[in-house]
Design a protein around this ligand. Structure first.
Ligand code: CA
Length: 221
């Protein structure tokens, strides 16, 4: 999917962009509303992540103008403001959802998935790998006509591995991205989810290989 990230904090922009890129999304970054306008004029996006306080104006007014101009992409506002009125404003102004800064990357990913699911983008996000039809929005894998549900962390783990088949992901890296900090107490946690995911993928040619001392990688036939 193609995302537009409108955010003037370089640090936050980089971490959000890296996260989405690892999930296999294309991300264009705009640091001002003027840059965002240029991006929207030259490309179409599935989803826009939009800050409220930007150097050249207010994201809410910008969004309202985009909606009036007929731009229908999904929008999640990123707000540092905690007042209920600001959140209501964001939603009234045409946002699908919002996240309050500071937010966990896992929360942002969950909200993105939820928004895209509500908008029914499933057909364009269905992915195929080694006999597995993976639908991240429905949280299912279908193998030889049999559909199996994935739990949230199995889904997350599969998305990460599937973004780069053949690449070795360390346990630490997977742990950081699958669990929140507090949960990531031992290597065993990730082993448990790898084991579950392997069972869900049984019957396909997709394998999660253990690379001794290094981590895991997804391989096909
Ligand atoms: Ca800002």
């Amino acid at each position: 999917m193609r995302f537009l990230l409108v955010e003037d904090s370089p640090v936050l922009a980089r971490s959000v962009r890296d996260l989405l890129a690892l999930d296999g999304h294309g991300v264009d970054h705009a640091a001002t509303l003027a840059e965002a306008e240029d991006c929207l004029a030259s490309a179409s996006y599935d989803l826009m992540l939009l800050d409220i306080g930007l150097p050249d104006g207010d994201g809410r007014g910008f969004l309202a103008r985009q909606r009036r101009a007929g731009r229908d992409m999904a929008v999640i506002m990123m707000t540092a403001r905690s007042a209920v009125a600001d959140r209501v404003d964001a939603l009234d102004g045409g946002a699908d959802d919002y996240v309050s800064k500071p937010f966990e990357m896992a929360e942002l990913e969950a909200r993105i998935r939820a928004v895209l699911r509500r908008r029914g983008g499933a057909a364009q996000t269905l992915r195929h790998f080694a006999g597995v039809a993976f639908d991240p929005l429905a949280a299912t894998v279908t193998i030889a006509g049999e559909t199996r549900d994935l739990r949230a962390r199995e889904l997350r783990l599969f998305e990460i591995l599937l973004a780069a088949p053949g690449r070795i992901f360390s346990k630490d890296h997977l742990c950081d991205r699958v669990f929140s900090y507090a949960e990531c107490v031992s290597d065993n946690a990730i082993e448990v989810y790898v084991g579950r995911l392997r069972r869900k993928l049984a019957g396909s040619a997709a394998r999660i290989e253990t690379v001794r001392g290094l981590g895991y990688r997804l391989t096909g036939p």
